[in-house]
Design a protein around this ligand. Structure first.
Ligand code: RB5
Length: 147
């Protein structure tokens, strides 16, 4: 499994912790930056992570900014992306099982590192449910891209 991961300056430290955690679990990471805490713009990091997921280079994506809000909004502008802004483990599971989220976002100034790692674990371990009601609902989400 490969996880594409990116953050602005606000998420840089949490990104480092997540990469270390995933690498310990033998999960490959594709780090698209930021590579330091110098001020940067969160919308710049969503496209490369989302493109890696859409091309199949990565199985899933993780995006981090201060709140997770700006970077998740940015990701959800990209066709094919279902990005869930997560702050708890239950929602992490549901975002995969019910919504087939392919990218998750975290707020580094909101969620502590311990909880963030548990959220990441739940997100990457949970599969999309093949129940028809969930499949249909996700199809409805995707059809909104035609508006
Ligand atoms: C950067 O200061 C901050 O605005 C950003 O990390 C994020 O919280 C935006 O949603």
């Amino acid at each position: 499994m490969t996880i594409a991961i990116g953050s602005d300056h606000g998420g840089f430290e949490l990104k480092k912790a997540i990469i270390e955690h995933l690498n310990k679990l033998q999960i490959k990471t594709l780090d698209i930056g930021a590579y330091d805490t110098q001020s940067s713009d969160y919308p710049d990091y969503a496209p490369p992570v989302c493109d890696a997921v859409l091309s199949g280079e990565a199985n899933l994506g993780i995006l981090i900014c201060g709140t997770g809000i700006g970077i998740s909004i940015s990701a959800n502008k990209i066709h094919g992306i279902r990005c869930a802004l997560l702050g708890d483990v239950f929602s992490a599971k549901m975002s995969r099982e019910h919504n087939n989220a392919n990218v998750m976002a975290l707020g580094a100034r909101v969620t502590g590192v311990g909880l963030a790692l548990e959220i990441v674990d739940a997100f990457i371990k949970t599969e999309f449910s093949d129940e028809i009601r969930h499949v249909k609902r996700v199809e409805k989400i995707m059809s909104l891209e035609k508006r």
